[in-house]
Design a binder for this molecule. Structure first.
Ligand code: FE2
Length: 185
């Protein structure tokens, strides 16, 4: 049976080990082996919030993430590795690489419960999208304090300019992008 307190303690030890990503991935795979218990525990810990920190210190952040249907984020980076597990719905990831004149899509992949735990590299640059009609709910574990990490970037969807990250701006861009996406059908 999934227990959030135990999971947090295990992740705290895992991120200080010599194989943090491998160990956290195993912990997440164990947690997702009983998705109903996991979801219930997450809902008790953070009812109704879109992004809810369950734990954070300088080496580790654990977030419950609920993203509405038809959501499109601007391109952004994290500057730390992340493990992403999906409980409900799906999340399309666009992974970008830097080119001489900006960014280009390197890979597109759809994450869902069946695709297992996805490992996002520390240097990843990505945007996420949810399909119409179904919200996405997942668990993210980061190898650092994602809530306070400085020097992150968000890319202006219109001008393509790389800007210093801030959460309000990211959500503002996401609002515009998601509305455009919904209007385009
Ligand atoms: Fe992200």
């Amino acid at each position: 049976m999934f227990d959030l307190k135990t999971f947090i303690e295990d992740c705290k030890k895992a991120v200080l080990s010599d194989q943090p990503q491998k160990q956290v991935k195993t912990l997440m795979e164990d947690a997702f082996s009983d998705p109903k218990a996991l979801q219930q525990a997450l809902e008790v810990a953070s009812p109704g919030k879109s992004v809810a920190p369950l734990y954070s210190d300088e080496n580790l952040t654990i977030l419950r993430v609920a993203t509405p249907a038809n959501f499109l984020s601007p391109i952004h980076n994290h500057l730390m590795w992340a493990m992403i597990g999906i409980l409900e719905g799906e999340e399309k990831n666009y992974l970008y690489r830097r080119t001489n004149d900006g960014l280009e899509v390197e890979q597109e992949l759809v994450l869902k419960a069946e695709t297992g735990i996805f490992s996002l590299r520390a240097d990843a640059i990505h945007a996420i999208e949810t399909p119409p009609g179904q919200e996405m709910c997942g668990l993210h574990v980061y190898g650092g304090n994602i809530l306070q990490r400085s020097s992150r970037s968000v890319w202006d969807p219109e001008t393509k300019e790389e800007l210093p990250y801030n959460f309000e701006q990211l959500m503002g861009f996401a609002k515009t992008l998601s509305a455009e996406r919904a209007a385009a059908g």
